[in-house]
Ligand binder design. Structure first.
Ligand SMILES: [Fe+2]
Length: 191
């Protein structure tokens, strides 16, 4: 059984950086809900789960990816705050960190074990890509629409759609982790 404490342990550093206690609790609740709905029994199963089935991840799992994207988005935000004399828009750091941690929770429903040590797309994944299922989970956990935008619009579904600034930063951090792997797998990453 996966507990909320297990989830907290996975993302302690990022969760502790969220200032609003209720937002922190809701992130943990949404992740826990995803584990329950996805039928994940043990944290070890999640730790082995690739963050995408679209390309070989070379061992990068969903938790590592989630942390990298969250920290990457934070870095993009902090770089702008440090460099600009006056910020042209406000970046909500709680929303940014929560959105980073939540952007792929739908993958807990989209991906499932294949019964022989690997992973495959689930029936839920056939019906709803992770931005949709993740948005539903986060809505059930109590997040407002502005937070839901970071999940619903972080991937191709968000292209050309209105986005909160935190969604844009999460999207860029997400693709900064994805594209090098895609290129590596196509032999077009210069190493
Ligand atoms: Fe992602």
């Amino acid at each position: 059984m996966i507990t909320e404490n297990d989830i907290y342990g996975l993302f302690k550093e990022q969760l502790d950086a969220i200032e609003d206690d209720s937002i922190r609790d809701m992130v943990v609740r949404a992740w826990h809900l995803g584990c329950t709905r996805g039928g994940w029994k043990s944290i070890n199963d999640i730790l082995g789960m690739p963050f995408t089935l679209l390309t070989e991840t070379h061992g990068v799992d969903l938790v590592e990816h989630t942390i990298a994207v969250t920290e990457g988005a934070r870095g993009l935000a902090l770089a702008q705050m440090k460099a600009y004399g006056k910020m042209p828009y406000r970046i909500d750091m709680d929303r940014l960190i929560a959105g980073g941690l939540l952007h792929d929770i739908g993958k807990l429903l989209e991906i499932e074990p294949n019964g022989s040590g690997g992973y495959r797309k689930s029936r839920s994944g056939d019906c709803l890509r992770h931005p949709f299922s993740g948005t539903v989970l986060a809505a059930e956990a109590g997040f407002s629409d502005e937070y839901l935008n970071t999940i619903a619009c972080h991937a191709k579904e968000g292209e050309g759609r209105p986005q909160v600034v935190e969604t844009i930063l999460i999207h860029q951090a997400d693709f900064a982790t994805f594209i090098p792997l895609v290129n590596k797998n196509k032999d077009s990453l210069i190493e």
